[in-house]
Design a protein around this ligand. Sequence first.
Ligand SMILES: Cc1cc2nc3c(=O)[nH]c(=O)nc-3n(C[C@H](O)[C@H](O)[C@H](O)COP(=O)(O)OP(=O)(O)OC[C@H]3O[C@@H](n4cnc5c(N)ncnc54)[C@H](O)[C@@H]3O)c2cc1C
Length: 341
Amino acid sequence: MKVLEHPSLKSLNTFGVDATAGLLLTIETEEDLLSLPAFDPHRDFMLGGGSNVLFVSDVPGAVFLNRISGREIISEHDGYALLEVGAGENWHQLVRWALDQGLSGLENLSLIPGLAGAAPIQNIGAYGVELSSVLEWVTAWDWHNSNWVTFSKDECRFGYRDSFFKSVETDRYFITSIRLLLNRQFRPQLDYAGLRDALSSLGIDQPEAKQVSDTVIRIRQQKLPDPAVTGNAGSFFKNPVVSMDEAELLHSRFTGLPTWPAGADRARLSAAWMIDHCGWKGFQENGAAVSSQHALVLVNQGQASGRQIQELSGKIIDSVEENFGVVLEPEPKIYKGPDAL
Ligand SMILES: Cc1cc2nc3c(=O)[nH]c(=O)nc-3n(C[C@H](O)[C@H](O)[C@H](O)COP(=O)(O)OP(=O)(O)OC[C@H]3O[C@@H](n4cnc5c(N)ncnc54)[C@H](O)[C@@H]3O)c2cc1C
């Protein structure tokens, strides 16, 4: 395990905001966890690729940086392969590696930044597919009881950008590996109209898995700012879920507001549309801005602090609530410091 005192976290979060930690502990093996003091959620932080986090404060304690590697097909049966993946594996590289092994199921999730261990935290999803469709098991270190625990898919309680780890037992488990069940026989998931249209514009009606992945990559590169160039954490707000009655009422008042079904008697509203409708797209203040490419994405134009980005997000939340009566919820984890908890 590598130990670094008083590191800067600027290059370890895709917003590129300046923050420091008391210690940076790089966890490279499961054994590294056995010798560590208990995690204190007030003072410490678990970090993967830093692509879904906003540091509003310095971290006075330790940042536990997950870098546990390894990916392996551990069994095959009935046309399916079970993969074991170390939590520190880069997600997109894993997707492409699986495709090279002739395994499909992850292609719609191509180019999502971050590491495999964080994927279950918010049940990553894109282009009509969520991690929950392929995840079998999560293995994690329990900071409370100092032991290993495995979670089945049901125990993970996955929801839209949500899980047991994100909203029930926050900060209790350090995920060390995940198991995914992938398919030898490709079954395209083309429910998302934008993906279907992009493929047919290339004259592809019956795509191969790699063609789906390539197309997702192309769409994402056109739609989203590249965090290597402009600091961001992807969508900053979740699409709010409301009752069907409320969705219909909003729809009648705001023609054009996109909504999607979200389970029995619920509907999901387009947060991007509402933010755009309030006039925020392209707005900038103190180096924090709303992307002019995508209204859901907040960006750091270079020198913004985590607090300035958080302040901008607060103004957007207030304005959407004022105009639509709907409260937006941030998607990334916001670390506010020990006094704020
Ligand atoms: C340009 C861009 C596009 C994006 N597009 C999408 C998208 O399409 N769909 C989507 O779902 N997300 C998207 N995201 C968000 C992000 O990429 C995912 O949420 C990703 O899974 C975060 O991985 P990470 O390793 O960077 O996590 P981090 O940002 O490091 O951490 C995120 C959260 O997980 C916790 N965590 C991290 N690792 C562990 C671990 N091993 N054990 C326990 N807790 C842990 C952290 O404490 C934190 O609460 C996007 C982000 C960017 C920058």
